[in-house]
Design a protein around this ligand. Sequence first.
Ligand code: PMT
Length: 218
Amino acid sequence: MSAASLGGRRIVVSAGPTYEDIDPVRFIGNRSSGKMGFAIAEAAARRGAQVVLVAGPVSLPTPSGLQRVDVRSARQMREAVIAQLPADVYIGAAAVADYAPAEIAPGKIKKKDERLTLALVRTPDILAEVAVHARRPTVVVGFAAETHDVEFYARGKLEKKKVDMIAANRVGVSGSGFESDDNALTVYWRDGERALGPAPKTALADELLDLILARWPA
Ligand code: PMT
């Protein structure tokens, strides 16, 4: 495992899901455990970076040597991430909800009818906002969680969100993506790509950091 130093670099990592509240007892969420993002943050801190880990609701212990900011919703995650800029690197490993209820009901919604329709609105796209921010980090890395046509969608996100790298992983299969201890990534940038793994997320974290260092040396 490489241990090239990240001393002097400030790295912001987002991890975990976001929960978008429907009422005081229900929310819209997803299956992210936070393991991938926490592994990246932990590896970066171990290699000397000043790390801020913005974490959605997960049940993981805080890795040593970093600052952790806990959030719940996409809106809160956006505020926490933007507040941490400027930084040298932003890595968006969080599975941010794309839609949230248009309104949060103040009391528990009672079941009355056979069918209930929820109005949803788009959440802020944190990655895309960071990539065009006046205090844009030097390197902006996104993730892409895909069930099919991985390269097509990942390269689309690279272009549309104006990021420097996209680490794509397959979800919906065992041994990669959500919840698993292992993963396999294909990392895309404008004129290249690299397959990493399958391997434990802890090992992939170091390989991803090595790739970032190789392309953007200090
Ligand atoms: O947490 P684990 O259980 O370890 O699982 C890891 C993971 C599968 C969650 C992780 O490897 C991963 O793929 N994270 C991104 C999941 C995702 O939401 O992908 P996406 O293709 O929907 O989003 C693309 C990128 O835009 C991501 O960097 C995401 O953080 C970002 N985004 C998306 C929506 C939004 N409103 N704001 C964002 O910043």
